[in-house]
Design a protein around this ligand. Sequence first.
Ligand SMILES: [Zn+2]
Length: 330
Amino acid sequence: MKSDFVIENIRASVGERAQGFITVDESAAGIRTRIPIILLNGAHEGPTLMIASGVHGDDLNTIPMVWRIAESIDLATLYGQVIAAPIINPLAFEAGTHLTPTDHSSPVFPGDAAGTISQRIGHHIYNKLVVQADYVIDMHGGSKNATLATLAHIDGGCKPEIFAKAQDMATAFQPQLIVVQESKPGSQPRGLAQAACRREAVGIYVGLGQMGFNEQDTVRGTAGVLNVMRHIKMLPGEPSPVTTPPHITYTELYQKTGYGGGFFPAVSAGQEVNVGDLLGTVFDVFGQPKAQIKAEVAGIVDAIRFYPVVAAGDWVASIARWESVYENRA
Ligand SMILES: [Zn+2]
């Protein structure tokens, strides 16, 4: 007999939705920080999937995807439970910033109950939500800085059987490319999907689109997640067949400008480039071209700068390259 699905004070009966907030921390002034949660309790037994968005406060286009996914699932056909968390980092969301304003960090996982605010948010989300999940999809969108290709990241440091499942799950999202995150010696995982994989749940990071709310991205991201849910048999029906297998890459090269000014892109996210192709031009404040940034490696542009004002040393484009030599991410 299937039971109610309960997280803190949110309770969804079998075949029902429920929504509410969970508390993740308290500010210096004693104001509680809460994150909104929608629970879906399917009519049939099955695994628990966590769908998260808004780890970064300006990744906005994924929020309507989570809403759309949560409202479009027919609970009579759902196997298992869904935890939908559209805004994981409410402090950055309110401030309109990529990172948590007070500690200039993203929430990190599994986090630290005695750490800074981002570590505390990560701790509560990990212990209240991630530990309940058999599968995790961490959705990232276009931000103030970057417009993204449709991509997935998977953790190269997890157990081989979890890695294989994550790769299949990422493929079912039907991204253009999958970036395998190789572990650096001695480094600890910090991402939500990575933290899930390290506790042997299957987690993937997906990214796509441009900052803001737009129907095109909402439709694409929703379709991808529903296809993943058919792949893991939480929804009936066969997943759509993969017509174009994703490229698999291991490294991303962040290309930088040596001059400040305004960046005018010459390529879009998802475009394939060869060495020497023009990625964009930086103009000075009089409108004169100051620098041309050209691709140093061949690959796919997986992120291109959205907000055009750049300082010397800022990255303007990221290329997921074909070669597999580890580079630090920017
Ligand atoms: Zn993000």
